[in-house]
Design a binder for this molecule. Structure first.
Ligand SMILES: [Zn+2]
Length: 113
């Protein structure tokens, strides 16, 4: 493996494979590039944390507890294939038109539409 950068992208559906949210599925809302080429992800409805906010009338912010998603490390999530629905690793394939796409290692279905 030459490049270690995670092939997961925004809007991919992923399964959480470790931690307190193990077994949950969600959509990637945001990809955060990490220092060592490993990314972190914000996944919809997963790894929720409570944050206490102070009221700030100047910015029209009400005080209280806000729940939001905390980021997950790339090693904690795995792609859910849109074709076969299995959790899978990602492969790559060059299409006839020269486009490089991601494929499911299990069913070899094209992940990128
Ligand atoms: Zn598949």
């Amino acid at each position: 493996m030459s490049r270690l950068s995670t092939p997961l992208r925004k809007n991919d559906n992923v399964l959480i494979i470790t931690g307190k949210d193990r077994g949950k599925r969600g959509r990637i809302l945001k990809v955060i590039a990490g220092k060592s080429g490993k990314s972190r992800f914000i996944v919809e409805g997963v790894n929720m944390i409570k944050r206490h906010t102070k009221p700030n009338p100047g910015k029209n912010v009400k005080g209280g507890i806000v729940e939001r998603e905390a980021s997950l490390h790339a090693s904690n999530v795995q792609l859910v294939c849109p074709e076969c629905g299995a959790q899978t690793r990602i492969g790559h394939k060059i299409l006839g038109d020269g486009r490089k796409v991601r494929i499911c290692r299990k069913c070899e279905g094209v992940v990128d539409k």
